[in-house]
Design a protein around this ligand. Structure first.
Ligand code: ACM
Ligand code: ZN
Length: 769
């Protein structure tokens, strides 16, 4: 009997322990759950050394939050009652930013080498508390944590040039970074679309270059940008005064975040050139004074042959360095259009004098000269990976955005590197189905892709790998006009990146991350944060195999349960639950949703129609090579039942320059009386209708005879996107196989931007009826 009670109580304890979980993101290096909880109430106090202001600030940060979510005011350094103690001690292994936490029912102890470590300990504790004030008991589960980061550079970039965000909003952004233990805020302060920092020596930068006539229109509508000092005309923009910028620096510092300012040079500087056209290669190409300009007249670069341009930038950097204590000063350096330098006598004279063989070396000269200045002020220069072109400045740190190649090259040369490849770390890309997401720059950087990013490329040796200081995501804001949208683009991808950068590589676990993320999402809902549900997207995928078509439904979310319909009705959690691919034998529309804990997570079901015909599901053989750029659904795109739409990025299979010769074996002789091939013309994307389509049939699958060749009649210069089925009809007969040849236009026609270069042929389906 006693034994039974003992076992029962043991089981009960185990159950209690099993139930105790926390959902800390990023996942701590080590965490062990213990029995019991520490309950916070009005008798709880905080203990710390008041002599250390940095520590007192961290404790204040903690008590403020507790007060907000519980109403309790934690008193400082009481003799009686339960306490949460914050200590600075010498602790091995955990470094500057690490911390230890011990939680028991009788007390909490947070220890670290520095106040930074204590701050991160606090962030972990806060993630165990409610997100908003409720009447629930405020308790922290018993646990032991030992935690420290994998990388020293855990960054997020925000572009405030394309769209301006006030200091209050920048602070909200910084708060989010701090929650997830990110420690670098890369502030993209200048670009072609607006200058955002007060520079006292050059007031026109903010009087004029910070303000544009609000005709931005579409995200890339550059012709609409017009800078103007007349506030009644130029109503869009803004800038940070030096005091405001210093306030941001202090606000970030209190959250262990370094603000790295970026002042773009020598390119991406249209706004600065609008205010100071004399510093460009073509001062006459001014749109500043006139108040309007032609896009072709925009000067984007500083003149590399003009010493005044260097003086100007150095003066600016002196003021920048007085505001930003960051060791790193970012000088941009990306996407320099060298045309104006090529045609500029001053730039050409500079090249001759300095023995520079081309404009790439002139760019390198520019950046090296700026680096020399930055180093003379005891700072370090960082730039986008184009600074490698023409020779890297001696001490430069490279931010690798065009993939990882630049970062790898720089690390091999012994330079420090920050990895921020466009895929998957540009957060201006879609994170879910474009049908349900706000307009973004094409391409998918989904939550799962971000979560699986590895900052140290396999190509690097262990020593070279140490050159990778860390990584960051970049949020360019051409497509992101409001702060709500900023929040949306970084949640929940930024927490995923935070885990990549903080947690041990071995502990990365997508399923577990999904489990821990869910309570954060609940918190976003409670706090009214904007976040993407892209991770709940359901992909409807055709599988052509064994002469049949089946449909697979997939979601990235590890916890998601999928429900679907095939009759056009909207699926609910009462609809068929998906467990494995199902075979399609008729035309249908599949609609699918994903649910978590019985709750539908999508704002709209995924939807895909399938057109079923006698060729559907049959294997396709090609005589020419298929494009690697436009694979659509791969080799069997022509028989997968998916019809393409005017969105050429989706279901269209592309052939560059060459013809399509596709043979389909129907498996057995079948009765048929028509064959069609679906095609599209999209003039701006170099996609043209075939010149003609030849249809052949075979009764034995070996010998083919032509039924008919259908000529294209739509002009090659028809610029609107059009879809056209080339079709033939014939008296019903038994056929075993069809062969369809589509004659590529070959090269783009005269008068087209791609004149004489390979034309694309796009096809989506062969239909046999
Ligand atoms: C960049 O995206 N041009 C750095
Ligand atoms: Zn020049």
């Amino acid at each position: 009997m006693k034994k039974t009670i003992l076992i029962a109580s043991l089981l009960f304890t185990m159950l209690l322990q099993a139930q105790q979980t926390v959902h800390i993101i990023p996942q701590p290096s080590s965490i062990e759950m213990k029995e019991g909880s520490f309950i916070i109430d009005n008798n709880t106090s905080v203990k710390f050394s008041k002599n250390d202001k940095a520590v007192a600030d961290v404790v204040h940060f903690f008590t403020e939050y507790v007060n907000k979510v519980s109403g309790f005011t934690l008193k400082a350094n009481q003799l009686k009652g339960k306490a949460i103690t914050f200590n600075i001690e010498k602790i091995k292994e955990i470094g500057d930013e690490g911390y230890l936490i011990s939680v028991s029912p009788t007390g909490i102890l947070v220890k670290a080498n520095t106040s930074k470590g204590l701050f991160y300990g606090v962030q972990s504790l806060l993630q165990t508390l409610p997100f908003i004030r409720t009447n629930d008991l405020v308790q922290i589960p018993g646990m032991e944590i030992k935690d420290y980061p994998r990388f020293g550079w855990r960054g997020m970039m925000l572009d405030v040039s394309r769209h301006f965000f006030s200091t209050d909003l920048v602070k909200e952004f910084i708060d989010l970074l701090a929650t997830y233990k990110m420690n670098v805020f890369h502030w993209h302060l200048t670009d072609g679309a607006g200058w955002r920092l007060e520079i006292k020596k050059y007031p026109k930068l903010t009087q004029q270059a910070a303000w544009r006539v609000d005709s931005w229109g579409k995200p890339w509508d550059w012709a609409g940008i017009e800078f103007n000092a007349d506030r009644s005309k130029a109503t869009y923009g803004g800038y940070y005064t030096q005091e405001q910028a210093k306030d941001i620096v202090a606000y970030a510092k209190a959250r262990n975040i370094t603000v790295v300012p970026e002042i773009e040079m020598p390119g991406h500087s249209e706004a600065a050139m609008a205010a100071y056209p004399e510093l460009s290669c073509n001062p006459k190409n001014t749109f500043a004074q006139s108040g309007n300009f032609l896009a072709s007249k925009v000067e984007s670069n500083y003149c590399a042959g003009n010493d005044q341009a260097f003086t100007f930038l150095q003066d600016i950097l002196v003021e920048v360095m007085a505001i930003f204590p960051s060791k790193y000063i970012h000088v941009g350096g990306d996407e320099v259009d060298k045309k104006s330098w090529k045609n500029c006598p001053k730039c050409q004279a500079r090249m001759k004098k300095e023995n520079l063989k081309d404009e790439k070396e002139l760019q390198s000269y520019f950046i090296r000269r700026m680096e020399k200045f930055i180093v003379s002020k005891d700072r370090k220069m960082i730039g986008w990976d184009e600074i490698l072109e023409g020779g890297l400045a001696p001490e430069a740190t490279v931010m690798s955005w065009q993939g990882e190649a630049g970062g790898i090259e720089a690390a091999k040369m012994g330079h420090d590197v920050i990895m921020t490849p466009g895929y998957p770390l540009y957060f201006d890309h879609y994170q879910g189905d474009p049908e349900t997401e706000p307009l973004a720059i094409g391409g998918f950087n989904t939550l799962k892709k971000v979560y699986h990013y590895e900052p140290i490329p396999a190509e690097l040796t262990a020593v070279e790998g140490k050159r990778v200081l860390g990584s960051q995501a970049n949020l360019w804001t051409e497509y992101v006009p409001t702060y709500e949208h900023v929040e949306y683009m970084i949640l929940p991808r930024m927490p995923a990146l935070a885990e990549v950068l903080w947690s041990p590589k071995e502990s990365r676990n997508w399923e577990d991350f999904n489990k821990r993320l869910h309570p954060h999402i609940v918190g976003y809902e409670q706090k009214g944060f904007h976040y993407s549900k892209g991770n709940y997207k359901v992909d409807i995928k055709p599988i052509v195999a064994n002469n049949s078509l089946s449909i697979a439904l997939e979601t990235e979310n590890a916890e998601g349960v999928i429900y679907y319909t095939t009759d056009g009705t909207t699926p609910t959690i009462g609809s068929t639950k998906y467990d494995k691919p199902f075979v399609v034998t008729t035309s249908m529309t599949v609609k699918a949703i994903m649910a978590l804990n019985g709750k539908v997570m999508n704002s709209k079901p995924a939807e895909q129609s399938f057109t079923f015909n006698k060729a559907t599901g049959k294997a396709v053989k090609y005589e020419s090579v298929n494009s690697r750029y436009y694979p659509a659904n791969g080799i069997n795109t022509l028989t997968d039942g998916f019809r393409g739409t005017k969105d050429i990025g989706k279901q269209w299979h592309g052939f560059s320059g060459n013809d399509m010769v596709a043979t389909i074996d129907l498996g057995a002789p079948i009765l048929a009386s028509s064959i069609s091939l679906g095609t599209i013309q999209n003039w701006p994307q170099w996609v043209f209708f075939p010149q003609w389509v030849k249809f052949e049939v075979s009764t034995d699958g070996i010998n083919f005879k032509e039924v008919k060749t259908v000529n294209n009649t739509i002009p090659v210069d028809a610029r609107d996107t059009q879809i056209q089925d080339f079709s033939i009809k014939f008296p019903e007969q038994k056929i075993r196989a069809v062969r369809v040849t589509a004659k590529n236009l070959g090269i783009c026609p005269a008068g087209h931007p791609g004149d004489k270069q390979a034309a694309w042929l796009f096809v989506d389906e062969i239909i046999v009826e």
